[in-house]
Design a binder for this molecule. Structure first.
Ligand SMILES: NC(=O)C1=CN([C@@H]2O[C@H](COP(=O)(O)OP(=O)(O)OC[C@H]3O[C@@H](n4cnc5c(N)ncnc54)[C@H](OP(=O)(O)O)[C@@H]3O)[C@@H](O)[C@H]2O)C=CC1
Ligand SMILES: O=C(O)[C@@H]1CCC=N1
Length: 270
């Protein structure tokens, strides 16, 4: 695509997206410019991705057709005040911060801007990201197609209504953290049985990847897929019963409620 992409903030999430975009060849490294605060980050991303870097957020805002705010929620205020004069109505502005609304971003500008709120996740780094996005009325079909092309270059994207955005961290943006806990626990269980640690991580991670692919590619109900694994009177159903006793599902639902509660608190702060 011929769009220039800018990242204000180039930490973990921005780098995951940049790596995914570059690997998929959807944008040339020279069309991407990113800013950060420390020399260490600027040097390292320049070296890793051969993208343009700057300590100057205004320079990034000027460079970009699609400008991505990949900074913490609590510094949006300062950054938006800093760049407000430099962003015109042609640019598409995207925030990936938890709890930052379209209306909040719009409020920094005199004129109606094209704004998108996105919630990606770190597996974007390996092209298996999951992003949810919503947009305001200024974003037209052509803008949306370009942004979808960009986001789909590092995974899948769902367009949703803004009312649901605060619920996305719990299900797909924060959830990789819980999946890593699960993989670590599976590997610990393997190690307990004598499986070498390195092999245990491979066995556990591939099982999770395969199970996820089964859900996506067969489109069968997860409960049905679970039933296929549980041989009557066999070993798996014993494990499932133990997990139910340990309130496995209930623990996940509670964790998601806590995640959403915190996201909503972040929303209120801004
Ligand atoms: N991590 C995740 O899994 C996800 C995060 N998000 C959202 O992404 C956003 C960023 O998170 P994450 O990447 O994890 O955070 P990081 O702390 O890894 O990155 C933040 C980046 O912002 C830079 N920064 C800080 N202050 C400024 C400034 N004044 N001007 C320019 N850049 C600045 C930092 O620079 P330096 O490196 O020099 O310190 C750093 O590169 C958050 O809003 C979060 O809600 C959304 C989805 C998933
Ligand atoms: O923990 C956070 O607030 C961010 C949002 C989604 C993932 N990380």
């Amino acid at each position: 695509m011929d769009q220039k992409v800018g990242f204000i903030g180039c930490g973990k999430m921005a780098q995951a997206m940049i790596e995914g975009m570059i690997k998929s060849k959807i944008v040339q490294p020279g069309a991407i410019m990113a800013s950060a605060v420390t020399d260490e980050t600027l040097r390292s991303v320049k070296e890793k991705y051969a993208i343009l870097v700057s300590r100057n957020n205004i320079e990034v805002a000027k460079h970009a057709d699609i400008l991505i705010l990949a900074i913490k929620p609590n510094i949006h205020n300062a950054i938006l005040n800093e760049i407000a004069e430099e962003v015109d109505e042609q640019k598409v502005m995207i925030t990936i911060a938890a709890g930052i609304s379209l209306e909040y971003i719009e409020s920094f500008f005199q004129t109606k801007m094209k704004v998108i709120r996105a919630m990606p996740n770190t597996p974007s780094l390996v092209g298996e990201g999951m992003s949810a996005i919503c947009h305001n009325q200024q974003v037209n079909q052509d803008d949306l197609e370009k942004v979808l092309l960009l986001f789909n270059s590092f995974g899948r994207t769902e367009v949703i209504v803004e009312e649901l955005m605060d619920s996305i961290p719990a299900i797909s943006a924060s959830s990789p953290a819980y999946v890593y806990l699960f993989i670590e626990a599976l590997a610990d269980g393997g190690v307990k049985q004598g499986i070498p640690r390195k092999q245990a991580y491979k066995l556990a991670a591939q099982a999770v990847l395969g199970a996820a692919k089964m859900v996506l590619e067969t489109e069968r109900h997860p409960g049905e897929l679970k039933d296929d694994v549980c041989t009557p009177g066999g070993a798996t159903i014993e494990a499932v019963a133990a997990l139910e006793q340990g309130k496995f599902r209930s623990a996940i639902l509670t964790a998601m409620d806590e995640c959403t509660k915190k996201t909503k608190q972040l929303s209120k702060k801004n």
